[in-house]
Ligand binder design. Structure first.
Ligand SMILES: *Cc1c(COP(=O)(O)O)cnc(C)c1O
Length: 398
């Protein structure tokens, strides 16, 4: 009998009991707005910021409504103006060019390598085209951050890191999000902590931190923050920084705090699953495993492989055959955006030039979520199914 996988690729784990209790406490007292605090009360949102700053080693942290909002706020704070060019990855998800469009700026796409990271030669070649890089650590793959920062520092480019897939990851032990002017995180259900929607921003720059707080909609209540600079810094910027409301609320913050405390344990669980899948995908003819650099500590919340130089039809056939056996794979090479996948040329509001080397990679990228509800045995079964179906299609192509 043909083996089938019957688990769900979109089912998350339940919210931990401690987080449910904390949420109930907020619901019972009713003070959901972050600035609605009782006498002497610090508030869940301010505490979340304080804790995440400590966890990442950043001086300042701001909790906001979404990861996309965090990126747009970072760009506003560093001074991106309407019409400005912003460098960003060709291989990323729609909220990244979308954040650039939201500040009426213009994405300039930088290519992707076979390691699925930003093409640093292409970045160096385009470095004179923009003053800001919105760097997406797409699907958790960290590029050579030392070389990237060198290119950007030399060219006077401000780096904003999109860490939607790298919360808990590091490059040479430096947490992802700590090398750019800002690190932006998402707390949306499909990321590494789950509050439905939500985002976090970190920075060491006092003026950028103060601007971000004002932008997020603090009115003149910034003194209720525990991970923001002192009032003197706000004095310098408060009359010139608009309010673009996008705050986090105490209910979401309350359920995030216990999850962040548990992040390291969850990362280890993701990586066990990732490694079981990776081991099962090695040595399949026609399939390229993405090797992870020794400098990178990653979070295996998703896995990718390449079917490099396959025809689109053959890739689609392999994906359809896996789907028929319950294994949901996504393809970044399709002409039409589908689900969360899209290509840089699908974002037609932004101009782009063809990048043949990147197109070759994008056409081969196959992507799979790794929810923590999968057991290690599930991962072994999934890899076995992929092996059988990819091999069968590859064999028939020869
Ligand atoms: C999810 C995601 C975001 C934005 O997060 P939201 O909280 O959904 O706005 C940004 N970048 C990438 C790569 C993402 O996957």
């Amino acid at each position: 009998m043909t083996e089938r996988f019957t688990g769900s690729f979109t089912q998350q784990e339940p919210i931990p009991d401690e987080a449910i209790e904390a949420a109930l406490a907020v619901l019972r007292h009713g003070r959901l707005h972050r600035y609605n605090v009782a006498d002497g009360e610090l508030g869940e949102t301010a505490l979340l910021e304080q804790e995440f700053a400590a966890q990442t080693g950043a001086k300042y942290c701001l909790a906001v409504a979404s990861g996309g909002y965090a990126m747009a706020t970072a760009m506003r704070a560093v001074g991106v103006q309407p019409g400005d060019a912003v460098l960003t990855n060709a291989f990323t998800l729609a909220p990244v060019p979308g954040a650039i469009a939201s500040v009426n700026a213009r994405p300039v796409f930088v290519g992707v390598t076979e390691e699925l990271t930003i093409d640093l030669d292409d970045l160096a070649a385009k470095a004179d085209q923009a003053k800001v890089l919105l760097l997406s650590h797409m699907r958790g793959h960290l590029c050579d951050m030392d070389r990237l920062m060198e290119i950007c520092d030399n060219a006077g480019i401000t780096v904003i890191e999109d860490c939607a897939h790298t919360m808990g990851a590091a490059w040479r032990g430096v947490p992802s999000g700590r090398q750019g002017a800002f690190g932006c995180y998402s707390c949306q259900t499909y990321k590494h902590v789950n509050s439905g929607e939500g985002g976090l921003l970190i920075t060491d720059d006092e003026e950028l931190a103060a601007k971000a707080v004002m932008l997020s909609g603090s009115y003149m209540l910034y003194e209720r923050h525990l991970a923001a600079p002192g009032p003197d810094v706000f004095e310098r910027i408060k009359y010139h920084t608009p309010n673009v409301s996008g705050r986090m609320d105490n209910l979401r913050a309350s359920i995030l705090r216990p999850q962040l405390k548990d992040l390291d344990r969850q990362v280890a669980r993701w990586n066990e699953r990732y490694q079981a899948l990776e081991a099962g995908l090695r040595d399949i003819p026609g399939l390229t495993v993405i090797e992870r650099p020794a400098e990178e500590s990653y979070v295996g919340s998703s896995i990718q492989f390449l079917l490099l130089d396959w025809t689109p039809r053959a890739v689609q056939e392999a994906i359809a055959r896996c789907a028929a056996r319950g294994v949901e794979l996504k393809w970044f090479g399709a002409d039409e955006p589908a689900g969360f996948t899209s290509r840089y040329d699908s974002w037609r509001y932004a101009q782009s030039e063809r990048m043949p080397a990147s197109d070759r990679v994008l056409t081969g990228i196959v992507d799979m979520r790794v929810p923590l509800t999968f057991s290690l045995d599930d991962c072994v079964v999934i890899a076995r199914i992929i092996r059988a179906e990819v091999s069968a299609v590859h064999q028939s192509q020869l």
